[in-house]
Design a protein around this ligand. Structure first.
Ligand code: HEC
Length: 112
């Protein structure tokens, strides 16, 4: 009797483990997929809002908008990083998107 109960407890936990593991691994692979096909940025503003604003609108990094920073400078910093500023590889922001992003940031008149 006792053994049967223990057996079913083990089975239930085993089942839960499998379900949780399956959920985690599918969530993980969905994320991997998003990263590898993550070149579908709509425009520079979207990248800025989703990536850069996280620090640059939160006093973690200095303000970078409306300062007319040269686009080449922005692209270099983004690709290589600079001290506390993380580098972003082409797998995260492709060259075309980076160009749009740099344009977006350097445009003085643009507001978001
Ligand atoms: C994890 C936080 C973080 C994120 C995300 C981030 N930055 Fe930065 N960034 C920083 C910090 C901190 C600095 C200041 C680095 C230093 O001088 O030590 C910086 C500096 C910069 C500079 C140089 C500013 C200057 O005054 O010379 C540029 C340009 C820049 N970031 C662009 C970007 C862009 C574009 C993105 C989005 C793709 C981005 N950053 C995302 C933290 C971040």
């Amino acid at each position: 009797m006792k053994e049967t109960r223990l057996g079913s407890v083990v089975r239930v936990f085993g089942f839960m483990f499998v379900v949780i593991f399956a959920a985690i691994s599918s969530a993980w692979s969905a994320q991997e997929e998003k990263l590898s096909t993550g070149l579908a940025w709509k425009d520079g503003g979207e990248i800025y809002t989703k990536i850069c604003a996280y620090c640059h609108e939160a006093d973690v990094g200095p303000p970078i908008r409306n300062r007319a920073l040269p686009t080449a400078y922005i692209r270099t910093i983004v690709r290589n990083g600079n001290r506390a500023m993380p580098a972003f590889r082409a797998s995260k922001i492709d060259d075309e998107s980076l160009a749009k992003l740099a344009d977006f940031i350097s445009q003085k008149e643009s507001q978001h």
